[in-house]
Design a protein around this ligand. Structure first.
Ligand code: NAD
Ligand code: UDP
Length: 339
């Protein structure tokens, strides 16, 4: 069964492509290489023994997409492609709305034309905004979002729900990820941020490898267990498996929304401690003021995914730290340009 994976060379898309192959699906990857490298394909091949078909194409461009849909009998689309840096989205909102919202609408138009009515969309816990109490549940109202990235996810969710209402044959699955971290246990695939990472785990990894002298901890005066921010970290391998589980909804029309998270929160200091243990050295850190726009704490209720998709996160924080460290050690400068 052919599954089109947009953004399939990226962090979550590459891990999901591996899981798809392992589950007997045929991923076809579309990516414009904005935030990824072609050498990921070889790594997928090294892990699975199969190299997925790859199209260098932009989701905003119908003339890129149409020939792919014309050539292949595509059963479903898993849609990862997009821009994801929260801070950058505040500075360049139009770029975020263009790629994430317009790009998705363009993709949906082409899917309609070729009668491909099954989509799994990468959304984010950010759509819950800053007013809901944790754990976040799928039925909570969304909104009160503090940045254009989050609003772009909110808007796409709305587009998908409206489309499904208008054309009931569509099967729409919206997966709201919490904080994806970790890497493939082989150390062959992982997160490869360009420039200085904004997210916690990749920044700590780069401190451990000596790229930065210390970690800045943004806030130690939150009303949390140790004063630092609390998040629901979920291993990228678990997340990838969640997409394979979601494919079972393929032939059930409707809109299906699921949180993918561990169902509990860890503080920044707990992440630092797990990583220090994994790499065998204390990660140096300094306490800094809070980061603008940050929420003190949030985590998921992931019981709906467990009940309906038979999905549950298995990896613990220690595994996430170990796997991130293995990837960082084996690939101190990320993926090579060519392999
Ligand atoms: P990523 O940047 O590693 O992967 C996205 C991929 O999309 C990249 O390979 C990039 O080159 C590609 N891409 C970007 N614009 C494109 C375009 N116009 N046409 C074709 N390809 C394009 O990001 P990721 O962490 O793997 O995230 C995947 C999805 O999950 C994104 O939609 C992101 O918003 C969402 N998400 C990520 C996180 C996270 O923390 N990583 C959390 C919640 C949701
Ligand atoms: N964080 C930190 N230092 C960093 C990056 C992040 O203290 O260099 C904290 C941040 O304030 C939050 C947690 O780590 O409490 C997770 O941040 P990340 O950016 O990874 O995820 P998000 O805030 O988007 O959930």
């Amino acid at each position: 069964m052919k599954i089109l994976v947009t953004g399939g060379l990226g962090y979550i898309g590459s891990h999901t492509s591996v899981k798809l192959i392992e589950a007997g699906y045929t991923p076809i990857i579309v990516d414009n290489l904005y935030n990824s490298k072609k050498s990921v394909l070889k790594r997928i091949n090294e892990i699975t023994g199969q190299q997925p078909l790859f199209y260098e194409a932009d989701i905003r461009n119908k003339t890129d997409l149409k020939p792919i849909f014309a050539q292949h009998d595509i059963e479903a689309v898993i849609h990862f492609a997009g821009l994801k840096a929260v801070g950058e989205s505040v500075k360049k909102p139009l770029a975020y709305y263009e790629v994430n919202v317009y790009g998705t609408i363009t993709l949906l138009d082409v899917m309609s034309e070729y009668q491909v009515n099954n989509i799994i969309f990468s959304s984010s816990a950010t759509v819950y905004g800053d007013k809901n109490p944790s754990p976040f549940i799928e039925s909570y109202p969304t909104g009160n979002i503090t940045n254009p990235y989050g609003w772009s996810k909110f808007m796409v969710e709305q587009c998908l729900m409206d489309l499904q209402k208008a054309e009931p044959e569509w099967s729409v699955t919206i997966l709201r990820y919490f904080n994806p971290v970790g890497a493939h246990p082989s150390g062959l695939m992982g997160e490869d941020p360009q420039g200085v990472p904004n997210n916690l785990m990749p920044y700590i990894s780069q401190v451990a490898i000596g790229k930065h002298g210390f970690l800045s901890i943004y806030g130690n005066d939150y009303p949390t267990k140790d004063g630092t921010g609390v998040r629901d970290y979920v291993h990228v391998e678990d997340l990838a498996t969640g997409h394979v589980c979601a494919l079972q909804k393929l032939n059930q029309s409707g809109t299906h929304i699921y949180n993918l998270g561990n169902g509990s929160g860890n503080s920044v200091l707990e992440v630092v401690s797990a990583f220090s243990k994994a790499c065998g050295q204390q990660i140096p850190y300094k306490m800094m003021p809070r980061r603008a726009g940050d929420i003190a704490a949030f985590w998921s209720d992931a019981s709906k995914a467990q009940k309906e998709l038979n999905w549950q996160a298995h990896y613990q924080l220690e595994d996430m730290a170990k796997d991130s460290w293995r990837w960082q050690q084996k690939n101190p400068t990320g993926y090579p340009d060519e392999e």
